[in-house]
Design a protein around this ligand. Structure first.
Ligand code: ZN
Length: 182
């Protein structure tokens, strides 16, 4: 569980990144920045901060902040009640993002998988996103991503978010049955 102190600390950090990225947010939005820590107790490695702008039946837009080295764990967005899973586009606004999707890699990755969690990060195809670059993840395909040394701000444009149905490679996250992030 995230402590109140951690919540304050990580949302304050995230707010600084919005500034660095030149992304204006209102006071109301500042007050509802969320912290996803996936109940693993290692938020500096597996965790991220986010701000949801809109999430309707048809579309969703949010901002993700990853502090240096923070990782969004591997997951996919499955079909739910006959509705195709979420399609999402990540656009880097600040810093650098190392994104991994289903496919072959060359064995050398920029990201550092959190120690002892190698089996929960199976996607090997690497896509490096710098500011102004983007990539679209098709529904129900595994992906994970990590910020580079300067952290990252990533805009996410997608179909509806149904975070509670996301499937994580790490069974501890699914078992936590909590709201997920992206
Ligand atoms: Zn996702």
């Amino acid at each position: 569980m995230l402590t109140r102190e951690d919540y304050i600390k990580y949302t304050a950090e995230a707010a600084k990144y919005f500034e660095k990225a030149g992304i204006a947010i209102t006071e109301e939005e500042r007050a509802r920045i969320e912290v996803a820590e996936y109940e693993l107790g290692c938020i500096d490695k597996v965790g991220l901060e986010l701000l949801v702008y809109v999430n309707t039946d048809r579309c969703c837009a949010k901002e993700l902040v990853l502090l240096p080295g923070q990782t969004c764990p591997e997951h996919r967005h499955p079909e739910v009640n006959g509705k195709v899973g979420k399609e999402e586009t990540f656009r880097c606004r600040y810093g650098e993002v190392y994104l991994y999707v289903d496919g072959e890699g060359d064995g050398v990755t920029k990201a550092k998988i959190p120690e002892g969690m190698e089996k929960y990060f199976t996607c090997k195809k690497e896509i490096i996103l710098k500011p102004g670059e983007q990539y679209t993840i098709m529904p129900d395909t595994f992906h994970w991503f990590q910020a580079g040394p300067d952290g990252a701000v990533v805009s996410e444009f997608s179909t509806k978010s149904r975070d509670e149905y996301d499937i994580y490679t790490d069974p501890r996250i699914d078992a936590a049955g909590k709201r997920h992030a992206d």
